[in-house]
Design a protein around this ligand. Structure first.
Ligand SMILES: [Fe+2]
Length: 227
């Protein structure tokens, strides 16, 4: 499995406080059957604004100390902000694995600009992935269809699928998978969360078939790590 949204990198956001904790998180990911991880530390204006040089230095350190056969890649999870595309163009925030894909996070209470942001991203030459779409409670299925029409790819969290966040999120994610709106399932790992990719993969296999699980956990994510 390939985990495309995660906070394994230490010292840059709320994902992991230090290298030791990050290595423990990698151990849990490896035990869960993950082969490839894209580390996507937060960029949230005014909250987490890690310097790209620090992100890259800590990423190289994590890679060199990683004893597990798990490949690591780098990206960022970018909370929508006004100068986002300028920051991307100037290299102050990172795309996914140095590609045109960008992992975008939106406001949890209300955000009327998702569709416009997706359109702006596409016009700016990017391929926007909407992070954990099920967590934006104001977003309805027909909204997701519009985002996809505008050029978005859709990611949901593994813990939503295995009831760690309650039945409400599980039902939402199941509905979106059934309607073929989802491109990626990822763990969005932080040190204080469980790793549940395997449980989510098994659940999707049972409920929607192995082919769907393979697409969401392996085949679609492969596009992000192939260069
Ligand atoms: Fe995240």
């Amino acid at each position: 499995m390939i985990d495309i949204h995660s906070h394994f990198l230490f010292g840059v956001d709320d994902g992991s406080p230090n290298l030791e904790v990050s290595l423990n998180m990698l151990k849990r990911a490896y035990a869960d059957g993950v082969t490839d991880i894209i580390c996507t530390p937060h960029y949230r204006s005014g909250v987490f604004e890690p310097d790209v040089s620090l992100i890259k230095a800590n990423f190289e350190r994590l890679k060199s100390e990683n004893p597990y056969p798990v490949n690591l890649y780098l990206g960022q999870e970018i909370a929508k902000c006004r100068d986002m595309f300028g920051l991307l163009k100037s290299g102050k925030v990172l795309t996914v694995n140095d590609s045109k894909y960008v992992l975008l996070e939106f406001k949890y209470v209300e955000d009327s600009e998702i569709e416009n942001t997706v359109l702006d991203a596409v016009y700016s030459g990017y391929k926007p992935i909407i992070a954990h779409v099920e967590r934006y409670e104001y977003v309805k299925e027909r909204d997701i269809e519009r985002f996809i029409d505008a050029g978005a790819y859709i990611q949901v969290n593994a813990d939503s699928l295995v009831s760690k966040r309650g039945e409400y999120y599980k039902k939402r994610v199941e509905k979106y998978i059934r309607s073929e709106l989802v491109d990626f399932v990822a763990n969005d790992m932080h040190y204080n969360r469980e790793y549940c990719m395997k449980a989510a993969f098994d659940y999707v296999s049972k409920k929607f078939g192995k082919q769907v699980a393979n697409a969401l956990f392996i085949e679609n994510p492969e596009v992000l790590i192939e260069k």
